[in-house]
Design a protein around this ligand. Structure first.
Ligand SMILES: Cc1cc2nc3c(=O)[nH]c(=O)nc-3n(C[C@H](O)[C@H](O)[C@H](O)COP(=O)(O)OP(=O)(O)OC[C@H]3O[C@@H](n4cnc5c(N)ncnc54)[C@H](O)[C@@H]3O)c2cc1C
Length: 403
């Protein structure tokens, strides 16, 4: 049987390994750290669960099929999670006033009805420029900016409209049906993926550093852009130099368990527009998203991104003080903290900016060394559903070339 090596055991590495093993390849994974999952994982404590990074993935036919294949029962969100807040003076489900809603409707509705294609972003247009052109000022600042910041962790003037809005115009795009996870959080997904791989005979080498030049057969590089730059430096210098141009941003995810529940705002969470002198990007409310996982009320505070990289250097105490101050302004509450789980992700996420748009275009034109395939969250989407989609497409490409 043909052998494939996968470097990196994050969601990209684990899912491409699964697809290739299912297609009859002998797969070996090399993971630099001492565990699989990469950014994915869950901390468990006497107060409940705390996700290290992603708290769920988009529910789609593809993700449902994955859960089925690895024998994981999906946990679906509560009805309350359908509500999302955006801070404008206080958390609001609708952050625009009636005049602003009317202004957006005048701009968007005729185009949706009669000229949908005119809503498509231009090449190398920032998300802010697209928003101002198509939605207007208020909707860009109080709706588009916070919503996108909740996924891409950066501000509209620093993001590419083509990379972010462009995929929404794909005809075969699945309709949004909500989110899903495992009953024991995202660690459940990681554990089930690992078990399914082991059943298929996939060997996972932990604490393993590989030299790509020494590997036989096809290799899938499924690491972050910064790790790929290092791994390819001498093996494929031109590709390495190209990937080195991907800007990376840092994120901090802090789950705080409180002694009293906040019950005024029940929803998925609250996003925070920029320019309000608040440093938090958004707050998730896990007890109102998934049932039966938490013994005490908790919130996950997401901070960082390109314009707040310095926050990664705050001590635990400084971070919790900052959360305390911002929470007082956001929810007008000061509750006692029972416990906190802090995960600092240093330069972990690619910025979906105009430079990445250029890099992706150039990567599409460059010829990679024979047998080398690139995977990961800097290539065709930051979210897990996009990574899973790429695992499927890439595995088919590998079968067609090496099967
Ligand atoms: C705070 C936060 C919240 C998020 N929330 C969501 C969400 O709710 N939903 C969603 O869909 N997405 C979310 N995301 C995004 C998503 O989690 C990531 O994009 C995704 O997990 C990245 O997977 P990956 O496999 O591409 O990379 P990674 O998870 O970074 O995995 C790469 C792996 O490669 C390994 N590696 C690195 N160098 C080497 C080497 N030299 N040799 C071998 N192995 C190496 C690393 O140790 C790591 O295990 C979130 C991200 C963050 C940070």
């Amino acid at each position: 049987m043909k052998k494939v090596t996968v470097v990196g055991a994050g969601f990209a590495g684990l899912t491409i390994a699964l697809k290739l093993a299912q297609k009859g390849f002998t797969v070996e994974i090399h993971e630099k750290s001492s565990r699989v999952g990469g950014l994915l994982g869950t901390d468990y404590s006497e107060h409940g669960m705390a996700e290290r990074a992603a708290n769920s993935l988009i529910l789609s036919n593809r993700s449902e099929k994955l859960f089925q294949e690895i024998g994981l029962e999906p946990a679906l969100p509560l009805e309350s999670s359908k509500k999302r807040f955006i801070f404008r003076g206080f958390p609001k489900a609708v952050p625009l006033n009636p005049f602003e809603i009317l202004a957006v409707a005048f701009k968007v509705v005729p185009r949706v009805l009669f000229a949908k294609a005119s809503l498509k972003p231009k090449a190398f247009e920032t998300l802010e420029a697209w928003g101002l052109r198509r939605l207007g000022k208020a909707a860009t600042r109080f709706l588009l900016g916070p919503a996108i910041q909740g996924i891409y962790a950066n501000e509209p003037q620093d993001l590419s409209a083509s990379l972010i809005i462009g995929p929404l115009f794909n005809k075969d795009r699945e309709k949004f049906r909500g989110m899903m996870t495992g009953a024991n959080g995202m660690q459940d997904l990681v554990n089930h993926l690992q078990q399914a791989l082991e059943k298929l005979g996939v060997k996972i080498h932990l604490n393993s550093s590989v030299d790509i030049a020494s590997l036989q057969g096809p290799v899938v590089l499924a690491t972050s852009a910064s790790a790929a730059t290092e791994l390819l430096r001498s093996y494929a210098p031109a590709v390495s130099a190209l990937i080195a141009r991907v800007h990376m941003s840092s994120l901090i995810s802090t789950t705080v368990f409180f002694d009293k529940a906040q019950t005024k705002y029940k929803g998925f969470g609250c996003l925070i527009p920029r320019g309000l002198n608040l440093r938090t990007l958004g707050v998730l409310m896990p007890p109102y998203i998934f049932a039966g996982r938490d013994k005490t009320y908790n919130e996950t505070w997401i901070m960082g991104g390109n314009n707040n990289q310095d926050l990664i250097n705050l001590t635990d105490k400084e971070l919790l003080n900052l959360i305390g101050t911002e929470r007082k302004r956001l929810f007008k509450r000061q509750d006692g903290i029972l416990d906190a789980k802090i995960n600092r992700w240093d330069r972990a996420l690619p910025m979906y900016d105009l430079e990445l748009e250029k890099v992706q275009n150039e990567l599409a034109q460059i010829t990679l060394p024979a047998g080398l395939f690139l995977h990961g969250n800097y290539l065709s989407g930051i979210g897990l559903s996009k990574i899973l989609e790429r695992s499927e497409r890439l595995s088919e490409k590998i079968v067609s070339q090496h099967g």
